[in-house]
Write a protein that binds this ligand. Structure first.
Ligand code: CO8
Length: 256
């Protein structure tokens, strides 16, 4: 029932584990997710993959049955807690990837949007249908969807609550790619191999510079980039990377 964390060599995989309810996010599941994210952050993993168990769903969103009958304060606290957990995913030092192996609605799509990358199987269907429940997204969807795909498509998806399939999601710019249903985890792992030999602090600087670009003016963003690129330059890994280029050999980064 609770999500599971496994390590496959240097990759961390979190699997939402409530297939009977299409991996809907109860509050206890969100709490466990928070604990697992802390464990991933402390680990030597080079990337995190988040996926859903069963063959129907990545995650059908917040647990609608649990949302009923809550006080205004409970609702506010619940929204802020979910936002915080997803922010912890977004700000992990290592890249994260949502492997969307089926339905990804509401909080499920919001979870995927907090990841650095998104891959989906052809059967995946997704959307932010909260408007149909008399709600709006509360785990970051209004903010991250517009930042990810632009305001035109974000308005379309959030104000109509429409469902799109994986092919459309690729066209809209929600996804980085599609993967075969039978090989999806292997494909996601192969995707993560692309950055596994890079320097982890340098990956973190790049992630951080990109993320912060949404919060500041271009001038301030350029300053952030300049500061972080100088920090990267001051690491031994930058020296090793440039030296390896000159010596025509692969670099061996030490995360220092
Ligand atoms: N919550 C709780 N249970 C769910 C959810 C959910 N989000 N989604 C599916 N389930 C359960 C169903 O109730 C059903 O259980 P049971 O067998 O006991 O009746 C089981 O999963 C299987 O579901 P279906 O029979 O409906 O499966 P279908 O294949 O027919 O349909 C759908 C699949 C289309 C995904 C359908 O289940 C559906 O529309 N689900 C709801 C999707 C949705 O609206 N998600 C948004 C939820 S709201 C949200 O995420 C807001 C987040 C921010 C909240 C901030 C405040 C704290």
């Amino acid at each position: 029932m609770l999500p599971q964390l496994q390590f496959h060599d240097d990759l961390a995989v979190i699997t939402l584990n409530r297939p009977d309810a299409l991996n809907a996010l109860s509050f206890s599941i969100l709490e466990e997710l928070q604990t697992l994210i802390k464990n991933v952050k402390k680990s030597a993993a080079r990337a995190l993959i988040i996926t859903g168990s069963g063959d129907k769903a990545f995650c059908a969103g917040a647990d609608i049955k649990e949302l009923m009958g809550r006080s205004r304060q409970e609702q506010q606290a619940g929204s802020e807690f979910g936002q915080d957990v997803f922010h912890q995913i977004e700000s992990l030092p290592m890249p994260s990837l949502a492997l969307m192996n089926g339905y990804a609605f509401g909080g499920g799509l919001e979870l995927a949007l907090a990841c650095t990358f998104r891959l989906a199987t052809p059967n995946a269907k997704m959307g932010l249908p909260e408007i149909k429940l008399g709600l709006i997204p509360g785990y970051g969807g209004t903010q991250r969807l517009a930042r990810t795909i632009g305001i035109t498509r974000a308005n379309e998806l959030i104000l109509t609550g429409k469902t799109i399939d994986a092919e459309q999601a690729l066209q809209y710019g929600i996804l980085n790619g599609l993967v075969d249903k039978n090989t999806s985890l292997n494909d996601a792992m192969s995707f993560c191999q692309q950055f596994k030999d890079f320097s982890l602090p340098v990956l973190q600087f790049a992630k951080s510079a990109i993320l912060r670009s949404f919060d500041v003016s271009l001038q301030d963003g350029l300053k952030i980039e300049s500061n972080l690129s100088t920090l990267a330059y001051s690491l031994n890994d930058a020296n090793e990377g440039m030296q390896a280029f000159i010596e025509k050999r692969p670099p061996s980064f030490k995360d220092q």
